[in-house]
Design a binder for this molecule. Structure first.
Ligand code: NDP
Length: 289
C-alpha cells in the first residue's frame, strides 16, 4: 500500500513566518507600528524554559519585538497580576502570554482572566473562547488554529467529512472540535471514558489525536485513507519525542499524516506569531487573518 502523504508542519510554519515578515514590514511602513509580544515565565521549569526560548526566537525571526518577564517560583499571585496590568497598559505590547503551567499557589484562571482579551494571543480568555464558540472574530488558541491552517494549506476539504477528535482538553480537543464543526465537518468527540474507541476512530475521515499517551492510536484505530493529525508530544525511554499515533504502522493506511516532531508543534508556534501580528494590525485598524 502507498504510504500516506506527510503533512510537513515545519516547512508550512516556515511559509507562515515568511508571509508574516512581509505583513510586519507593511504594518511598519503604513503605520509605524512594530508588533510586540510580552512573555511571562514564573519559575524555572526546564520544559517551560525551552518553550519560552523558542517563542522569543520565533519573534526575532519575523521581526516581532519581544520581552521576557522572568519571575521567581515563589512570586505572589498579586505581583504577577500587577505585571499583567502593566503590560495591559503598555501600547508597545500587542500580545501578552503567560507560560503555563504556573506554580500551584497561583490561580491560572485568575491570571488568564486578567489579560485584556484584545492582547490574549493564546486565545485562552473566556471572552475569546466564547466568541470562538459563537463564530465571532476572536483570537483562536494556537494549536487548533494551526491544525485548521495545516488542513487548509494541504488542500484537505473539511465540509461534509466525519472528523473524530480524541481528547477534550480546553486548549486542544474542545476548540478543534468546534472549529471543525464550524468548517462543516460532522464531529465525534472521544475521551478516556469512551467505550470501544476504535469503533469511533475507524470511521473518521479526519482523525485528530490529543491525548498525551505514546502510540495510543495504532493501525487498528484508523480507517483506509484517513487524514491523521497527531497533536501528542511524548518522550520515549530513550529520550526521543514521539506522538500519540504509532506513525510507522499508521502511515501506510492514512491518506495524510503529521509527524512528531515536525507536525503540529511548529504550526502551533507559528500561529502565536500570527495572533500577535493580528493584534498589532487591529490597533492600527488594518489587516485581516
Ligand atoms: P490533557 O491531558 O489536558 O487531555 C488529554 C485528553 O485525552 C483528555 O480529554 C482525556 O480524557 C483524553 N484521554 C486520556 N487517555 C485517553 C485514552 N486512553 N483514550 C481516549 N482519550 C484519552 O492534554 P492536552 O490536550 O493538553 O494535550 C494532549 C497532548 O498534546 C499532550 O501530549 C501535549 O503535550 C500535546 N500538546 C501538543 C501541542 C503542540 O503544539 N504540538 C500543544 C498542546 C498539547 P478525559 O477528559 O476523560 O480525562
Amino acid at each position: 500500500m502507498a504510504a500516506g502523504q506527510l503533512i510537513d508542519g515545519k516547512s508550512m510554519a516556515a511559509d507562515v513566518k515568511r508571509e508574516l515578515a512581509a505583513r510586519i514590514d507593511r504594518l511598519d511602513s503604513e503605520s509605524g507600528i512594530r508588533p510586540g509580544l510580552a512573555v511571562i515565565l514564573v519559575g524555572d521549569d526546564p520544559a517551560s524554559e525551552t518553550y519560552v526560548r523558542g517563542k522569543i526566537r520565533d519573534c526575532r525571526d519575523v521581526g516581532i519585538r519581544s520581552e521576557l518577564v522572568r519571575l521567581p517560583e515563589n512570586t505572589p499571585e498579586e505581583v504577577l497580576l500587577r505585571q499583567i496590568d502593566r503590560l495591559n497598559e503598555d501600547p508597545s505590547f500587542h500580545g501578552i502570554l503567560v507560560q503555563l503551567p504556573l506554580p500551584r499557589h497561583i490561580s491560572a484562571e485568575r491570571v488568564i482572566h486578567r489579560i485584556r482579551p484584545e492582547k490574549d494571543v493564546d486565545g485562552f480568555h473566556p471572552i475569546n473562547v466564547g466568541k470562538m464558540v459563537i463564530g465571532q472574530e476572536a483570537f483562536l488558541p494556537c494549536t487548533p488554529y494551526g491544525i485548521m491552517e495545516m488542513l487548509r494549506r494541504t488542500g484537505i476539504s473539511v465540509a461534509g467529512k466525519h472528523a473524530v477528535v480524541v481528547g477534550r482538553s480546553n486548549i486542544v480537543g474542545k476548540p478543534i472540535s468546534i472549529l471543525l464543526q464550524q468548517a462543516n465537518a460532522t464531529v465525534t468527540m472521544c475521551h478516556s471514558k469512551t467505550k470501544d474507541l476504535s469503533a469511533h476512530t475507524r470511521r473518521a475521515d479526519i482523525l485528530v489525536v490529543a491525548v498525551g499517551k505514546a502510540h495510543v492510536i495504532g493501525p487498528e484505530h484508523v480507517g483506509p485513507n484517513a487524514v491523521v493529525i497527531d497533536v501528542g508530544i511524548n518522550r520515549t525511554e530513550e529520550g526521543r519525542l514521539t506522538g500519540d499515533v504509532d506513525f510507522e504502522a499508521v502511515r501506510p493506511i492514512a491518506s495524510h499524516i503529521t509527524p512528531v516532531p515536525g507536525g503540529v508543534g511548529p504550526m502551533t508556534r507559528a500561529m502565536l506569531l500570527v495572533n500577535t501580528v493580528r493584534a498589532a494590525e487591529r490597533t492600527a485598524g488594518i489587516g485581516q487573518g
